[in-house]
Design a protein around this ligand. Structure first.
Ligand code: DOR
Ligand code: ZN
Length: 346
């Protein structure tokens, strides 16, 4: 039985750090284990220009505690007014690593997202030309479409047409939650990848709803039926280079989660690597953890893998704080619902 596993230092290919007090509280939780992360731009107001991204990157680096290393990989929030030349300049200078597409109204702070996809076609064509990946929140926002079907419908109605209209565009389907998403990635070429979150490997929709509403398990895309969770587990543990870790760790202070209209997001930064080691061990796939967390993402983004390593060691149940203290209010850490035995050391 494996008791210790050393892997390249992982990266998080989808992370929310927010700003101000929340940024200060959550950044060390990620930087403790991860070398880099793709930083989501859905602030209020969103990070839409190269100037915005540079200022946000400076705020993140200023919040990093002394002695911690971490590289934020910045993104721009795509709007119908995004200037392709601004995107190209931000990419050429090395400032941004991707552009994020939110369908308007799909999730937290997405009001400035895209309603008419024809209006961003010029930006997408520029991105295909310069090889800049598009990160996609893949849910339709149509009120007639059942929330549990929104990812599958998005693939057919929006994503596939965009990819056909924009040859060469490199796309990451963010936080896939369905077998449909897994199958769509598998059926396509290496210009298409997908991130999978820690929590979607662990919870299905019963965890949110059975025995009372559990607001800390509510996120978007919402967790689906068990068959979909199993498909995600198979994809993540398969070693297929098109699937990689994007935690979508999305902090909201407890009063905003434990609320009559609770915010979407699971905060997993603190215990993600311990959770993943447990998941991969349960599936007899510890040998694939490094591919999922540390190798496949850099390969898709055409970046070097990290030289540093982390070591996961199996022992007694690991203690992690149930909440992170923050000047704005506590932030509850994701509870996987089972004990974690793998501790992480640098
Ligand atoms: O659960 C989520 N929370 N999903 C998203 O797409 C956004 C995120 C957030 O920003 O809170
Ligand atoms: Zn997200």
């Amino acid at each position: 039985m494996t008791h210790s596993l050393t892997i390249r230092r992982p990266d998080d290919w989808h992370l929310h750090l927010r700003d101000g007090a929340v940024l200060n509280a959550v950044l060390p939780e990620t930087a403790r284990h991860f070398a880099r992360a793709i930083i989501m731009p859905n602030l209020v107001p969103p990070v839409v220009t190269g100037v915005d991204a540079a200022a946000y990157r400076d705020r993140i680096l200023a919040a990093l505690p002394d002695g911690m290393g971490f590289e934020p990989l910045m993104t721009l929030y795509l709007t119908e007014d995004t200037d392709p030349e601004d995107v190209a300049a931000a990419h050429a200078s090395g400032l941004i690593t991707a552009v994020k597409l939110y369908p308007a109204g799909a999730t937290t702070n997405s009001a400035s997202g895209v309603s008419d996809f024809r209006k961003v076609q010029n930006v997408l064509e520029k991105m295909a030309e310069i090889g800049l990946p598009l990160c996609v929140h893949g849910e339709v926002t149509d009120s007639e479409i059942d929330i549990f079907d929104r990812e599958a419908v998005f693939i057919d109605r929006v994503l596939d047409p965009i990819r056909r209209a924009t040859p060469g565009l490199r796309v990451v389907m963010e936080h896939i939650t369905t077998k449909n998403g897994v199958d769509y990635v598998r059926a396509n070429d290496t210009d298409l990848g997908a991130t999978i979150t820690t929590h979607h490997l662990i919870i299905n929709r019963n965890h949110i709803l059975v025995g009372g509403i559990k607001p800390h398990y509510y996120c978007l895309p919402v967790a689906k039926r068990e068959e979909h969770r199993i498909a995600l587990r198979e994809a993540a543990t398969s070693g297929d280079a098109r699937f990689f870790l994007g935690t979508d760790s999305a902090p909201h202070i407890d009063p905003l989660k434990e609320n009559a209209c609770g915010c979407a997001g699971c905060f997993t930064a603190t215990n993600t690597m311990s959770c993943l080691a447990e998941v991969f061990e349960q599936d007899g796939a510890l040998d694939q953890l490094e591919a999922f967390a540390s190798l496949n993402g850099p390969a898709f983004y055409r970046l070097p893998v990290n030289d540093a390593t982390i070591t996961l060691t199996k022992g007694d149940a690991v203690d992690y704080p149930p909440k992170i203290e923050c000047d704005a209010g506590d932030i509850t850490v994701f509870d996987p619902g089972f004990p974690l035995h793998w501790s992480v050391s640098a």
